[in-house]
Design a protein around this ligand. Sequence first.
Ligand SMILES: C[S@@+](CC[C@H](N)C(=O)[O-])C[C@H]1O[C@@H](n2cnc3c(N)ncnc32)[C@H](O)[C@@H]1O
Length: 296
Amino acid sequence: MRSLLTIKRYYCKAMKNSCGSDFIFDTNIYSGLNPKILHDYWQIFWTQKQLHQKSFFYSKEFWRSYFQSELNSGRPLQYIVNQAPFFKSEFYVDERVLIPRPETEILVELVAKSCVNGQYQKIAEVGVGSGAPLISLLQEWGPQNAVKIWGTDLSVDALEVTKINLAQKKYLFDQSMVEVNLSKGDRGEDLPDGLDLIYSNPPYVMSIDRLSRQVRDFEPKMSLLVPEEVSYLDWFKVFFKRVCSKLRPGGEFWMEGEYDQWDSLSQILNQAGFNQMTIHKDLTQKERFINAFKHE
Ligand SMILES: C[S@@+](CC[C@H](N)C(=O)[O-])C[C@H]1O[C@@H](n2cnc3c(N)ncnc32)[C@H](O)[C@@H]1O
C-alpha cells in the first residue's frame, strides 16, 4: 500500500510540474479506491520494478509519458488524477461516477436559496453520484437548524464514492446540524414520505449521439442516459410520480434536464401533481433547470 501512496504522490507532483496545476493529495483516498484503479497502479509499479529502472520510475519523463498516454486514450483528466473541482471544493471521482459538471453548480445555488427561504428540514437528492452537489449544497446553505438529508442512487458503486467524499469533506458543513442518510433505490423509491424538497440531476441525455467520445467511452452510461428498454418520457413519468408521492403537499422539486425537453417534461410534471413551474437558464443561456411545487 505504501508503494501505491508513493506512486500517487509522484503522480500528482508530476501533474503539477507538467501542467502547472495545483492538485491536492489526500492519503484518505485509498480507503475506498476503485479496485480497477488500484490494479492499474500496481501494473505500473510492477512493470517499472521489472525494468529495474528506479530512477526512470521516479522521473518526470516517466510521468509525462504516462500522462500523455492516459490523456491520448481519451480518459478525462479528472479520472486520471481522481479529483474534480466542483463549486467551492475538490471531490474524489473515479469511473464509478459522473464527473460533476459546472451547470450543476447553478442547481446547487438555486436549491440552496430555496432551502434558506423555505426553512426546510427534510431534503433529498435523487441520483447522488459523487456526492459533490449534496455536500456543496450543505456548504452553501449552512443550515442553522437540525436537518435530515437523503442521498439516493441506483448504483451501489456510486454510493461508495459518495461515502468517500462525505468522509473527506465533512468539515465543509456543520455536522451537528445535519444527518445524512444514503440508500440505494430506483428514482427515489427508497425515500421516506413527507419531504420538504427533492432535487435531482438525473440521467437526461436524449441520445448517445449527443455525447462526445470522451464522455461516451469513460463515464458511466447510467449517469447519462435513461435505460434503452424504456422510452425517455415513460422513464420520467415514473420518476415524477414517485418524487411527488414522497413530497409533502406544497413540497418543492428541482431538476436539471435537457434544454429542449421542457415542453413534454412540464406536462408530465403537471400530470404527476405539480404546479407553479418555472424554468431557469444555465450560463450558456440554455433552459437547464425546472422548479415545481406539489399541489397543496
Ligand atoms: C447525471 S448523474 C448525477 C450525479 C451527481 N448528482 C452530479 O450531479 O454530479 C445521474 C445519477 O443518477 C443515478 N441514476 C441513474 N439511474 C437512476 C435511477 N433509476 N434511480 C436513481 N438514481 C439513478 C446515476 O447512477 C448517477 O449517479
